[in-house]
Design a protein around this ligand. Structure first.
Ligand SMILES: Nc1ncnc2c1ncn2[C@@H]1O[C@H](COP(=O)(O)OP(=O)(O)OP(=O)(O)O)[C@@H](O)[C@H]1O
Ligand SMILES: [Mg+2]
Length: 307
C-alpha cells in the first residue's frame, strides 16, 4: 500500500533522512516513532507528495508519488503537523471546501462530510468559525479534513499533539475505530500512543530507521530474557540457590523477601517456583515483567544499541 525505497532528504548540508526503506500493507496501522528532529514529518511530507526527496522513491497504492501525484493525492488523507485550517471559515464550509479540492464525487460529498463530522465528534460545532474553536477542536477539524474524502490511506503527523488527556483518549479511540477501514501511518514521539493504536512500529532516529517490527516483537527484541519479580513469605537466603538453577541468568535481591530474576524462557519458572516452595521460604508472587517498548525505544534512540 505504501512503499518507500532508499529515501533521502537533505536540507542544504543537513541530512534530515537517510536511506529510509519500508513497506506498509493494506489495513496496517503503523506508528512512525522517534524523538524530535528524527525525520518523521520529512518522511510524511514526501509520502504525501508535499515535498520531493533528494533521492529515492515513494509509492502509494502502486503509484509513484511524483510521477502520478493526482492518483496518490486522491487516495491519501493527510493531517500535517500544523492543521491546514482556514480560521475564517466555519467547520462545515471548510470540510465542503476540502471535499471539493479533493474532487469528491458530488453525490457522495454530503454523506462523507457528515461521516467525518460524526467520527471526529464535530457535528455540534459544524456552524462555528474555526478561529473560535479551542486548539483541540481545531486539531479534530484537521483530522476531519483528512477523512473527508474517505481515503484508502491516512497519514497523520502527530495527531494528538496539543490535546488534553480526554481528547487524546478520544483521538486514540477514533484511530482504533478507523482500523480496518483505512491503512494508517501516524507519527509520534509518545510511546503509549503507538502501543495503544498501532500494530507495527518503525522507530526512526537521526534520519535512519533503527528498528521496525510488530509491537509484540519489538518488546521481546530487547535481549530475549524474561524478567520476573519474585516475592517470598519468609526472609531466607535463597538467591545463590536460585542463581544455580539451569536457565536462570541473573538474580538481584531487591528487598528482604523480594527478588528480580532473569530467565531464558518462561518454562524455567516452574522449576524456580518449586525450588522456592521446597526451600520453605513460601512463594507469594512470581510475575513475569515484559520488557516494555519504552525501554527498547530509549536504548535504540539514546543508547549505543543499534539494530
Ligand atoms: N525546512 C527545513 N530546513 C532545514 N532543516 C529542516 C527543515 N525541516 C526540517 N529540518 C531538519 O530536518 C530534521 C528532521 O526534521 P523533521 O521535522 O522531519 O523531524 P520530526 O521527526 O518531524 O521532528 P518533530 O518531532 O520535532 O516534529 C531536523 O534536524 C530538522 O531540524
Ligand atoms: Mg514533526
Amino acid at each position: 500500500m505504501i512503499e518507500v525505497n532508499n529515501l533521502c532528504k537533505n536540507y542544504g548540508e543537513r541530512k534530515a533522512i537517510q536511506d529510509i526503506n519500508f513497506k506498509i500493507s493494506a489495513g496496517d496501522v503503523v506508528g512512525l516513532l522517534g524523538p524530535n528532529g528524527a525525520g518523521k514529518s520529512t518522511t510524511m511530507k514526501i509520502i504525501t507528495g508535499f515535498m520531493a526527496p533528494t533521492s529515492g522513491i515513494a509509492k502509494v497504492c502502486g503509484f509513484d508519488v511524483f510521477e502520478n501525484p493526482f492518483e496518490v493525492k486522491k487516495r491519501i488523507g493527510y493531517l500535517p503537523e500544523a492543521p491546514p485550517v482556514y480560521l475564517d471559515m466555519n467547520v462545515g464550509d471548510y470540510l465542503n471546501f476540502v471535499a471539493d479540492l479533493k474532487l469528491v464525487d458530488p453525490v457522495k460529498k454530503k454523506a462523507f462530510i457528515e461521516k467525518a463530522l460524526q467520527k471526529t465528534q464535530l457535528s455540534d460545532v459544524k456552524s462555528r468559525l474555526i478561529k473560535n474553536l479551542s486548539k483541540g477542536f481545531r486539531q479534530r477539524v484537521g483530522i476531519a479534513q483528512a477523512l473527508v474524502s474517505d481515503p484508502e490511506v491516512l497519514v497523520l503527523d502527530e495527531p494528538t499533539v496539543g490535546l488534553d488527556p480526554k481528547q487524546v483518549a478520544e483521538v486514540r479511540d477514533l484511530i482504533k475505530e478507523l482500523k480496518g477501514q483505512h491503512t494508517i501511518i501516524l507519527s509520534t514521539h509518545i510511546l503509549p500512543e503507538v502501543q495503544a493504536t498501532c500494530n507495527r512500529v518503525i522507530i526512526i532516529h537521526q534520519g535512519r530507521i533503527v528498528a521496525e517490527d510488530s509491537i509484540d516483537n519489538i518488546e521481546k527484541l530487547n535481549q530475549g530474557l524474561v524478567t520476573v519479580y519474585v516475592k517470598t513469605k519468609k526472609e531466607m537466603a535463597i538467591a545463590t540457590d536460585l542463581r544455580n538453577l539451569t536457565g536462570v541468568e541473573t538474580v538481584e535481591v531487591t528487598g528482604a523477601t523480594s527478588f528480580k530474576i532473569q530467565v531464558k524462557d518462561e518454562d524455567i519458572l516452574d522449576n524456580v517456583a518449586s525450588h522456592i516452595i521446597k526451600s520453605g521460604a513460601g512463594l507469594r508472587e512470581l510475575t513475569p515483567a515484559k520488557e516494555n517498548l519504552e525501554d527498547v525505544f530509549l536504548k535504540l534512540t539514546y543508547g549505543e544499541t543499534k539494530i
